[in-house]
Design a protein around this ligand. Sequence first.
Ligand SMILES: [Zn+2]
Ligand SMILES: [Zn+2]
Length: 456
Amino acid sequence: MWNTIPRRGSFRTRVFWLLLALFAAGPAASLAQPPAQLPILHSEHGPNSAAAQRAHYVVLVSLDGFRWDYAVRDHATHLLQLGREGAWAPDGMLPSYPSLTFPNHLSLITGLYPEHHGILANSFLDPARTAAGKPDRYSIRDAAAVTDGSWYSGVPLWSQAEAQGMRTACLFWPGSEAEIAGQRPSEYLRFDDHIDENLRLKQVVAWLQEPAATRPHFITVYFSDVDHAGHAFGPDAPQTHAAIQHVDALVGQLQQDLQQTGLPVDLVVVSDHGMIATEGPWITLSDYADLSGFATDGPLLYGRTEADRQRVYDQLKHASDKFQVYRLRDVPPELHYNRNQRAGDPVVIPTGPYAIRAVAPANGRPDHAPIPGSHGYNPRWMPQMKASFFAAGPDIRPGSRVAPFENVNLYPWIATMLGLHLPTSPLPVDGKLSILSGTLRQQHSTQPSHPEGKTQ
Ligand SMILES: [Zn+2]
Ligand SMILES: [Zn+2]
């Protein structure tokens, strides 16, 4: 989610947009009608190359906070049908650590673990930028930071496609508002979660109805409802069930619309992480350790000196069974979270669904209780953090079931469906095509092969 707490009045605003959309579209709305005007931003890119025009299409949908077991639990018939027609991870997809929205959307779109793509949390500090006198705090609520490409490493799928002459469009995706790896999507929007969801679907179809020269081949779409409900009411609440049904219906509508375009479109539906009911009051690290000499951001701790870092590590080490503490270099390697200074040092990892912060709000500022649902935890300790994966289309073998896999592996798989070469610099992607290649049909002949594709 972009915002931790649903904005006040957002439901009313959404109803307003819905009514507006109904009036604007009328009862006889058809696919041929352009959607109501959305504030789309355009980047200067030429037409699709001849090779790109022969490539297939991928529509990548993010259902924020859609836990891996929600679809079966709540009978999400459209998603389950999509999985039967193509590929499904019935036991879930592993988010990267931490299982937060921005780190995982960037992992999905760059094929890199957070310590490599650089977005280590939804809000964090960068000690190197502090030392260089540059703006040193990244926050998803700070438009200047979110749109500043210097925070991001790696090559998002849209940048990789654009660099290879293939046009792309993003109807929201974290990072899509910044220039990354020298590219932006051909079309994208500033994030505004009030934009009606049916208008989002209409826009996807409108993009696919553009002439072949300008029609984007890779499109992203984003829906936040399930995450918002899970946070506000908890993963088991009726409101969360209703949100699951709602986004499932959106996916069903989208699949129907895509079929009517007659184009070879692979529809890939994922989530960034799961959700768990939060337990207990705030755990405040400054109750256990002397944080003088530290900068903090949420639960993240940035010691200025080695002595400070070791002192606080020692003070926190046996302080509570509600969290584990590690020096940055000693964070377990399977988390891929021990190399980047933006993670802070020491690193505190909750052992259960606890709300942890470095310090309490300053005097006079309100101290709210933790919200009912949360995520961000280690998916290997808490399976409730696992995410969803469903996909179907001309490149995907029907009836493919895949065991839980790390979300960085989607990148080479989607790149293969689009016929894109994988980036090798500045970093090779962390994901491997071999993890999901068994779900692919034979490569069609018009696609240029890429190095990993030949080994299938
Ligand atoms: Zn969330
Ligand atoms: Zn999220």
